[in-house]
Design a protein around this ligand. Structure first.
Ligand code: URA
Length: 246
């Protein structure tokens, strides 16, 4: 056992079970590494070690793929659509198992990650990991500090207290205000719901950052692979088990 990937993560990435369930399999003595019974916290080298669960070999993990797409309007954040609408994967090189990390609404542009790494993608989108996203929003009218404070303290949306981390008004004219909102929640239509909750009209929505990554240099519809350093920083952000899994 010479590797650096924990056995629970290896099993999760191979699609065998979630990390927690993988821990249970290990504790129950159902996992073997190169023939030896695995213990909690053991590490494996995915390229070399032979892992078996209940005597069935677990396929070695293929290298995971990560892309950052500057999503254009008009594409669904999905792999396929039964109504034949365009989906974001059409904009990327054909890659088995590639899917978007979370979603941006169809008309929304901006930073969208796509990957074949289901375990890390799940962590990136789970509210308990608190991954930050920055949205640039154009709203009708003004957006005074009192409204920003209300959003920071939290507003009720369908029984959940939803709040923003920060809001900065970056431009305004007679009729509109442009703001950059930082959120760490990850709920469906969260920005639309928040703006509605404070009685404002949303005119335009764009995501300018996700987990610290931006679409700088990419026109809508363009993409790039993540660098090794970026993948490393995403792994770090999602390394801890969530404290609360509501
Ligand atoms: N919030 C929304 O309302 N829509 C998005 O696409 C992203 C965040």
């Amino acid at each position: 056992m010479t590797g650096n990937v924990r056995i629970n993560r290896f099993l999760a990435e191979a699609g065998v079970a979630s990390r927690r369930k993988a821990d249970i399999l290990v504790a129950a003595g159902r996992v073997r590494i190169n023939g030896d019974r695995a213990a909690t916290g053991d590490k494996v080298d995915p390229a070399r070690d032979e892992v078996r669960v209940d005597d069935e070999p677990v396929a070695r993990i293929a290298e995971k793929v990560w892309f950052l797409l500057n999503k254009p309007a008009g594409y669904l954040s999905a792999v396929t659509d039964d109504r034949g609408r365009h989906t974001v994967v059409e904009l990327l090189p054909p890659t088995p198992g590639l899917f978007p990390v979370g979603r941006l609404d169809r008309e929304v542009e901006g930073v969208l990650l796509l990957t074949t790494d289901g375990d890390t993608a799940h962590r990136l989108t789970h509210p308990s990991f608190g991954i930050t996203k920055v949205y640039r929003v154009l709203v009708a009218g003004n957006f005074p500090d009192t409204v920003i404070r209300a959003l920071k303290s939290g507003v009720d949306i369908a029984g959940h207290l939803c709040r923003i981390i920060d809001a900065v008004a970056v431009a305004s004219d007679q009729t509109t205000t442009t703001l950059e909102l930082t959120l760490a929640e990850g709920r469906k239509h969260e920005v639309k719901e928040l703006i509605k909750a404070v009685d404002r009209l949303l005119l335009r929505l764009e995501r300018i950052s996700f987990a610290g990554l931006t679409a700088q240099g990419l026109k809508p519809g363009e993409y790039r692979p993540l660098t090794k350093a970026e993948i490393g920083s995403i792994k770090k952000l999602t390394a801890q088990e969530p404290k609360d899994t509501k």
